[in-house]
Design a protein around this ligand. Structure first.
Ligand SMILES: [Zn+2]
Length: 483
């Protein structure tokens, strides 16, 4: 997944993770399939995407048979018994049981979280573009506001705090940023609203939009949130020995690591062009600190990553795995959202201390090589993924979906990409490795539910799924190694 020799510090955590996984994966089939002991209890976790019959529900393509299962609803007050008839679309389920066939899971216990069932919505996000109705919002009139991957409808009665606070005053107290990082280096365009934080609260309507009760405009993120940690810089360079094009991770004059750029110019240019075309109109609100650059890295794992400074790395294996431009546009939009929503910063600064120990491998891998949610880098980490991190991935997914829809793509292939990952790595009934792929099941089921809830009236037929440029890129890419 990365060059361990030349990239020792940054990759250590990931290397350990990968080594552990390889050990698991290389366990001989015989030893796993030995008859005798009952099959191990496994878990499936994801959002309920459909009801099949009275006792069967679906999480993406997996059918969960619940007859005889103990079902409990979990909330802050504990577990409460629940009937299978009450399982509803959008609930987050964790089913324990055994696989009885392809996509067939027999559950013994199901723990239910309200998940996306709640109509009440309350989140915060950085505005990714200038609100078109800014004046109307300011003047207290009805208005529409695009934020957090949602469409917020403001009415006259919507409580609004729309006087943007001065960044110099608010940064340190609101975001917990160190004092040194606030005013002077603040990157947000102070005359505009893109890049500022917005909190909202409301109720989802049947058309998928949010009837908003309250909006509160906050400060932009501190400029440091868009910087690489440890003073790292990412630069395009040539490997001094071989002369091949690389991306270098530098601290001052010291080179911490190099990643090999895919040499085919057509491929680099296409991904760069597509990435640029997907940047939200107001990403320039943070442009002084955040400059998006898209690089195709020669790497056989299906992965993409966004670094805090806007560098987006896309592996050749991912380009080889996506089926069309809509899927790639979704992946890039998801990564763009990670950077614009300062997810790395939030994880470092908002994660409670007791969780940091558990998450450290994830942060190192996510920051430098892997993506925190969707792809291979998350293997083995899912058991330590907590609600907070799921929230960040869900936010990037919401924003990614909205972004590609706004750019004229059919969003329906997006969950299809998650299915593809599930199928590719889905030797599920015999391999422990599978249970770690629930990340793709979780993402795919989230996207499916989000699409159904948010865009119930939208018909995406006729929207773009592919382009000639994508096909040309694939030809130039040629066959790539995918692990
Ligand atoms: Zn992600």
């Amino acid at each position: 997944m990365c060059d361990h020799q030349r990239f020792p510090n940054l990759c250590r955590s990931l290397a350990l993770l990968v080594a552990a996984l390889l050990l698991q994966a290389s366990t001989p089939i015989e030893s796993r399939a030995t008859p005798g002991p009952p099959p191990p209890k496994l878990k499936v976790r994801g959002y309920l995407t459909a009801r099949i019959d009275g006792t069967t529900v679906a999480i993406l393509d997996d059918q969960i048979h619940c007859a005889g299962a103990k079902i409990v609803a979990h909330d802050s007050s504990g577990d409460h018994p629940m009937a299978s008839a009450d399982l509803a679309m959008g609930m987050l389920l964790e089913a324990e049981g055994v696989w009885t066939g392809h996509h067939q899971f027999s559950a013994e216990k199901i723990t239910v979280d309200a998940g996306l069932v709640d109509k009440q919505v309350h989140y915060g996000a950085y505005l990714q573009e200038e609100p078109k109705d800014a004046e109307k919002i300011k003047n207290g009139g009805p208005a529409e506001l695009k934020a957090d991957g949602e469409w917020l409808l403001l009415e006259a009665k919507t409580k609004r705090t729309w006087t943007a606070p001065e960044p110099a005053v608010v940064n340190a107290s609101v975001t917990g940023a160190p004092a040194a990082s606030s005013a002077a280096g603040n990157a947000a365009n102070q005359s505009g609203l893109a890049g500022r934080h917005l909190e909202y609260q409301g109720t989802r309507r049947s058309d998928g939009k949010i009837a908003t009760e309250k909006v509160e405009l906050g400060a932009p993120a501190p400029a440091d949130a868009y910087k690489m940690p440890h003073g790292l810089e990412i630069v395009r360079a040539k490997d001094p020995q071989t002369g091949i094009d690389v991306v270098e991770f530098r601290r001052g004059k010291k080179v911490d690591g190099r990643m090999k750029l895919f040499p085919e110019k057509t491929v680099q240019e296409y991904v760069s062009y597509l990435g640029d075309s997907l940047l939200p109109a107001g990403a320039s609100g943070t442009s002084k600190a955040l400059e998006f650059r898209f690089f195709v890295i020669e790497d056989s794992s299906i992965n993409a990553a966004a670094l805090p400074d806007g560098t987006v790395l896309v592996n050749t294996a991912l380009l080889g795995a996506v089926e069309n431009e809509a899927q790639l546009a979704f992946v890039l939009s998801h990564e763009i959202a990670h950077a614009l929503q300062i997810h790395y910063w939030r994880e470092v600064h908002e994660t409670r201390p007791q969780r940091i120990g558990l998450l450290i491998a994830g942060i190192a891998a996510g920051a430098f090589i892997g993506d925190l949610g969707v792809f291979m880098a998350e293997l083995g980490m899912i058991s330590v993924i907590n609600g907070h991190q799921r929230e960040l991935e869900n936010q990037a997914d919401r924003l990614g979906l909205q972004n590609i829809i706004e750019h004229g793509y059919d969003p329906r292939p997006a969950p299809g990409f998650m299915r593809l990952i599930v199928e590719r790595y889905g030797a599920r009934s015999t391999s422990k490795l599978w249970s770690n792929h629930e990340s793709a099941v979780l993402r795919g089921s989230f996207l499916t539910v989000q699409l159904m809830k948010q865009y119930p009236d939208h018909h995406f037929d006729g929207k773009r799924t592919n382009s000639n440029e994508f096909d040309t890129m694939r030809e130039a890419l040629g066959p790539v190694k995918i692990e």
